[in-house]
Write a protein that binds this ligand. Structure first.
Ligand code: NI
Length: 155
């Protein structure tokens, strides 16, 4: 019997949305207030869903503490209380929209979660009461369209 388990967590971070090759006026047009020069913060809520076979003895699909620890190690600790554009090398090159942050979280979590014996099913990043991004990780397109960046940027 397969089941899907979702764990929730949160982190606070700042970002600025702007393409470096564009003028401020052009970035204002695309990103609105989110392009303001000194950035702004969000309390991000993160929901990570994993799927796997239920263990008939424990009644669980995964070690919950180990799953929470992987999310803390790979996402919460490195992201919390940062300015994403400046503190995470990946976002020096990729605009940290909710979509791009969610995709990066998928990339960071996929292998550690596989090593716990389950599959990353979905990442939902809730940026504000007004918007959230969901990535369905088992779709082939998600596997193929991840941005290709130097390994150093993914570390
Ligand atoms: Ni924002």
């Amino acid at each position: 019997m397969e089941a899907t388990l979702t764990v929730s967590s949160h982190f606070s971070a700042a970002h600025r949305l702007a393409l470096p090759e564009l003028s401020q006026a052009e970035n204002d047009q695309i990103y609105g207030k989110c392009a303001r020069i000194h950035g702004h913060g969000h309390n991000y809520h993160l929901e990570v869903s994993v799927s796997g076979e239920m263990d008939s003895r424990t009644g669980m699909i995964v070690d919950l503490v180990a799953l929470q620890q992987a999310i803390a190690d790979r996402v919460l600790e490195p992201f919390d209380h940062t300015f994403l554009n400046k503190d995470i090398p990946y976002f020096a090159e990729v605009v940290p929209t909710a979509e791009n942050i969610a995709l990066y979280i998928v990339e960071r979590l996929r292998e550690p979660i596989q090593s716990l014996g389950v599959e990353l099913e979905k990442v939902k990043l809730i940026e504000s009461p007004n918007n959230a991004c969901e990535i369905y990780c088992r779709q082939p397109a998600v596997r193929m369209n991840l941005p290709v960046l130097p390994q150093a940027a993914m570390a």
